[in-house]
Design a protein around this ligand. Structure first.
Ligand SMILES: [Zn+2]
Length: 467
């Protein structure tokens, strides 16, 4: 019997990236999520810091989903000495096989580009990790089944609930075998919503003692517009100007939702058939893999991994090599380009923006959350006004139209999070809000008090919670 539980937020507290929460009980340590810090350089520098806990002393890692802000630090953790199992859903394990390899490739490409152009404060610029480091991570993956409890360590088991965010995304419920007191600790992970064309909606666990709830959009409800209508309007606006529509989005998740929506709009005759490029080193594998997990999506049998052509717009193509990506940057409109990183923290999207932003005929469309301090947020808030964006140490003029469709986000809004909470059979004894900018977490805390009468606390990296 273990007698106490301690929870420490090592990231995603007061911010939306670097999700890592250390849970200690009776001398055993497990880590829930192991994310990269993403966004401005000052935040990304944290990826180079020593991990706050000695990785040798962590016995297991549990992952909510494969997005890099939840999984992208794993290669560094393993390099630093972590040798235990990494538990995740089958969908997450499949996605990690391409996402982490892609992440390593992007780090290698960016370091290489920085060395060729001397665009780095580091001489020489180094990749945070390599593809070999990723192989060491993949060997440690262990599958959490969709049903029932899985033993993690003596006195600790885990079960999962679909979180409706990307393929494989789960809320994790940890069950502790301790004397008296709280026993169930739930990590919501990123919570989606029930309005996506491709993914099934989130499930709430029946009850929990402690809840760690995300709060990305805690301060705002999305406008309840049909995202199909909104997407059609932006496509037609850009088409009328003969320009290029650039959509920053990770190649797994948002990219599939948007590709499928473009297909639906074409089939309904609401947009013309346009060339659509998914520019990502892993793009061809990503959609097959997405379709291979029917437990998470609501597409019927006509969409199998053997028939991805039923899913894509007519003019769809992928770009894999860096040279082809550079060629795609020169291609003129009408054209739709989807490329990563979604918050413009690096990767090929920056090259596309460099060539597209200076022209008024082009449009940049944000389909996902842009964290405070990120280049994406800057472009959303000030790009059209200030007239420039700094990319690779160059001021790039911003003449392109900047658009955002919040309804395309894979995160639920404040109303969705409240609805998620209302499905709990009883109030949790403590609720901690993480994965949100400070204003978003504070606003959600106030709404929870007002509408449910429950107290919630905003997660902080400086305190250790003892239960
Ligand atoms: Zn996510």
């Amino acid at each position: 019997m273990k007698h106490s539980i301690e929870i420490q937020f090592l990231g995603a507290a007061g911010t939306v990236t670097g999700s890592r929460t250390l849970v200690t009980f009776g001398g055993s340590r497990v880590l829930v999520d192991c994310g990269l810090f993403q966004g401005p350089r000052s935040i990304r520098e944290r990826n180079w810091e020593a991990f706050p806990e000695d990785p040798h002393r962590i016995e297991a890692v549990l992952l909510t989903h494969a997005h890099l802000d939840h999984s992208g630090f794993l290669p560094r953790l393993v390099k630093g000495g972590f040798s235990g199992p990494i538990f995740c859903s089958a969908g997450t394990a499949d996605l990690l096989k391409i996402l982490l390899v892609d992440s390593a490739k992007i780090q290698e490409e960016d370091a290489d580009f920085a060395n060729r152009t001397q665009h780095s404060r580091h001489r020489p610029a180094l990749a945070l990790y390599t593809r070999d480091d990723v192989e060491d991570v993949l060997r440690k993956l262990k599958i959490l089944p969709d049903q029932g409890w899985t033993a993690i360590l003596p006195g600790l088991s885990c079960r999962v609930f679909r979180s409706g965010h990307i393929v494989g995304a789960k809320s994790l419920q940890l069950g502790f075998d301790i004397d008296g007191g709280p026993r169930l600790v739930t990590f919501s992970g990123d919570v989606g919503h029930d309005r996506m064309r491709t993914l099934r909606g989130p499930e709430t666990p029946p009850e929990t003692d402690i809840l760690i709830l995300e709060s990305t959009y805690g301060d705002r409800p999305h406008e309840r517009v049909d995202p199909l209508d909104a997407l059609a309007a932006v496509v037609l606006e850009t088409r009328a100007k003969g320009g290029v529509l650039v959509i920053p989005a990770f190649a797994v998740g948002r990219a599939q939702e948007i590709l499928y929506m473009l297909r639906l709009l074409e089939d309904e005759g609401r947009i013309p058939r346009l060339p659509v490029i998914l520019d990502s080193p892993m793009s061809s594998k990503a959609t097959d893999l997405y379709l291979a997990h029917p437990e998470d999506h609501r597409l019927d049998a006509q969409f199998s991994k053997n028939t991805p052509e039923n899913f894509f717009p007519a003019g769809f193509g992928t770009v894999e090599s860096p040279d082809d990506s550079m060629m795609a940057c020169l291609q003129d409109g009408p054209l739709i380009v989807i490329s990563a990183a979604g918050m413009l923290s690096g990767g090929r999207i920056l090259h596309h923006l460099k060539s597209r932003l200076p022209y008024a005929k082009n449009t940049v469309l944000f389909a996902g959350y842009q964290a405070e301090g990120s280049k994406g947020r800057y472009l959303q808030d000030k790009g059209e006004l200030d007239g420039s964006l700094r990319i690779h140490h160059e001021e790039v003029p911003v003449k392109a139209a900047i658009r955002t469709i919040p309804a395309l986000s894979a995160h639920g809004d404040a109303n969705d999070l409240i609805d998620w909470l209302k499905k709990l059979r009883r109030p949790p004894s403590r609720i901690f809000l993480n994965h949100g900018d400070p204003a978003a977490s504070a606003a959600l805390k106030a709404r929870i008090k007002l509408e449910l009468g429950w107290s919630a606390e905003v997660a902080s990296e400086t305190e250790t919670i003892r239960i």
